[in-house]
Design a protein around this ligand. Structure first.
Ligand SMILES: [Mg+2]
Length: 423
């Protein structure tokens, strides 16, 4: 069969829950000790199956993908521009936003095209400029306990020892602290201690827009003497970020308020951020990230690769993107090292000197391990969804923007899989 005649015949989805080393706290709540991801398999009449992945929010997306089947069966997986309008037309999409679904289908179609042509996805994107993508450590405050017996991270010393351990095991030279959990004075002490403990490395801090403009300016000025990659989403909104940018001598980055081309254009006309963190899911696929990166290259706006929580399929999309970007001057982000396992054949991709090599095989270069898929699908059926935007240690609390109701840095908690108890 010629590839010109290839058609999508089915879309299959499996929701998996893959354990994290520990429950990870963030400004909006918590990753409750596991990532819930929907693995997408797109079948074709050529016998080639492409892989996609979607996650976020602690919930399955299977129902949403089921609704796409009627749109996509019969579609040519090579017709990627048409795919965008077929399911995510910008005006029709006002009623039914499918940007993230489009991303997962785009991953799978690129995987199919690459397999059909016998080339890796990066070759379809212009060809790799490097063999591996450097990553930052992604340091979270976290609960103690859980099945892996990992230690909690709450105090300055606990955070510094975690950073040292990750540097030793993975080779990171850039470190990201996910904040917005504890009072800013505690997180400032943590961030400064990291810088002092790891001289020569660079740092980035991301409180997920939890600060008021005034708090963001105070914190930014208090870290301005450190080796910062950038200051990520200290406050909410392009207008808030613009005010912070004018008052703080650090580059600002975002993965929240420049996540589409309209926002990118607005930011270029009236800059609010200096570095756009490209997320293959939020932007609707690898190709839109590449287009945005080209605009940023022309305008000399910084870029990096964002992590919205990934298993190996999504990580592969980040790697194929990362190796073709000429202007990737910052280490990418990944949650990947917090996972205890993966659903891809051969197990987790490995860090070498803080970087992960792009898979060499055709398409995305990763395939599913069926036993692992069944194991973690069963774990999902047992544990179910979780509330990503709630903190199991603070019943009744929910995040506001800006926030001022911080978690107590003196309070230790033990997390057992679905609830936290004070120690
Ligand atoms: Mg962020």
């Amino acid at each position: 069969m010629s590839i010109a005649q290839m058609r999508i015949t089915d879309i299959r989805t499996t929701t998996v829950a893959v354990p994290l080393e520990a429950a990870l706290r963030h400004a909006n709540g918590c990753h409750w000790g596991r990532f819930i991801r929907t693995i997408v398999e797109v079948d074709t009449d050529a016998g080639i199956t492409g892989l996609g992945e979607m996650g976020g929010g602690g919930e399955s997306a299977e129902t949403s993908f089921r609704g796409l089947k009627n749109y996509l069966v019969g579609h040519d997986p090579f017709a990627l521009e048409a795919l965008r309008f077929l399911i995510a037309n910008p005006t029709a999409g006002l009623y039914n936003n499918r940007t993230q679904l489009l991303a997962a289908i785009e991953f799978a179609c690129l995987d199919i095209v690459g397999q059909a042509l016998g080339v890796p996805v990066h070759a379809l994107l212009g060809g790799k400029l490097r063999d591996a993508v450097p990553f930052a450590s992604y340091l979270f405050f976290r609960f103690g306990g859980d099945s892996t017996g990992c230690h909690e991270v709450r105090t300055v010393d606990q955070l510094v020892s975690m950073a040292r351990a990750l540097k030793a095991s993975c080779g990171f030279t850039s470190h990201k602290l996910k904040g917005g959990v504890f009072p800013p004075r505690h997180e400032l002490a943590c961030y400064r201690a990291l810088s002092e403990a790891l001289p020569g490395d660079s740092f980035r801090y991301d409180p997920n827009a939890a600060f008021s403009i005034e708090e963001a300016i105070r914190f930014g000025r208090a870290i301005a003497d450190l080796t910062n990659d950038y200051y990520e989403d200290p406050t909410w909104g392009l207008n808030g970020m613009r005010q912070v940018r004018a008052a703080v001598p650090i580059r600002l980055a975002t993965n929240t308020v420049v996540v589409n081309f309209e926002q990118l254009a607005t930011n270029l006309r009236d800059p609010a951020v200096d570095v756009v963190l490209l997320d293959t899911t939020f932007w609707g696929g690898i190709r839109p990230c590449l287009k945005a990166a080209a605009v940023c290259e022309t305008m000399q706006t910084g870029i990096s690769v964002h992590s919205s929580g990934e298993l190996g399929v999504q990580l592969a999309t980040m790697l194929h993107l990362g190796v073709v970007l000429p202007n990737l001057t910052f280490a990418a982000d990944a949650h990947y090292h917090h996972l205890v396992d993966d659903v891809i054949a051969g197990g987790k991709l490995k860090y070498e000197n803080g970087a992960i090599r792009v898979p060499a095989g055709p398409g995305l270069g990763v395939r599913l391990d069926r036993d692992k898929m069944e194991t973690y699908a069963a774990l999902y059926r047992r544990l179910g969804d979780y509330r990503y935007d709630r903190d199991p240690a603070r019943p009744g609390w929910f995040a506001t923007v800006p926030n001022s109701a911080w978690a107590d840095p003196e309070a230790a908690f033990w997390f057992d899989g679905n609830s936290a108890r004070a120690l």
